[in-house]
Design a protein around this ligand. Structure first.
Ligand SMILES: [Zn+2]
Length: 185
């Protein structure tokens, strides 16, 4: 089915699932309207959320366009990539006066990295495809979690002190993520 919002034509599906409340998601570039079984008024639900849908759609178009300009390339062999991340961690640890307890690499399907409350960092091995500045951005983000664990206002304030251009970086990361998903999953 197709939905027209302002200048955009958006493909969508209505999916019935055993959920309590209706919700929206974009999956593989396609809008899904997930509604409880027997839900009558999907149209009204869509209508109520047109701004959200439009913004998400535009964002996705931007990500896909940017991904089209990029290629996945391993510039380093795996051991060198690990050393690179480790050296960035060392440097930023000193800058932020924090200390990591453990650092591992894993292939992950959902995120670039994670930080546990016991100071253990996990980095996604797919980061090997990223340019150095984005690798550093991810490391910085994870190390900041040793100062502020939650993604709250204080946390994003700290990110923006160092990266006023963070939205640009987030868009770049989303474009690489799009390519990785398309290539491997
Ligand atoms: Zn985080």
């Amino acid at each position: 089915m197709q939905l027209r919002i302002r200048d955009a034509v958006i493909d969508y599906d209505i999916v019935h699932r055993p959920v309590k409340y209706a919700r929206l998601e974009f999956k593989d570039g396609m809008l899904r309207v997930i509604v409880p079984k027997g839900y009558g008024n999907a149209a009204a639900f869509i209508e109520k959320n047109t701004d959200w849908i439009y913004d998400k759609h535009l964002h996705l178009q931007r990500v896909i366009a940017l991904a089209g300009e990029k290629r996945l390339e391993k510039k380093l062999a795996e051991p060198h990539f690990h050393s690179l991340v480790e050296s960035i961690v060392q440097r930023l640890q000193r800058e932020l006066e924090v200390e990591v307890r453990d650092l591992t690499f894993r292939k992950m399907k959902r995120k670039w990295a994670s930080c546990s409350s016991n100071k253990k960092l996990v980095f996604n091995r797919h980061m090997i495809y990223l340019p150095d500045n984005l690798i550093e951005y991810i490391v910085y983000h994870e190390l900041l979690h040793l100062i502020e664990f939650k993604h709250n206002k204080r946390f994003w304030g700290l990110v923006e002190n160092k990266y006023p251009q963070r939205q640009k970086y987030d868009l770049e990361l989303a474009a690489y993520w799009h390519l990785i998903k398309k290539t491997f999953y």
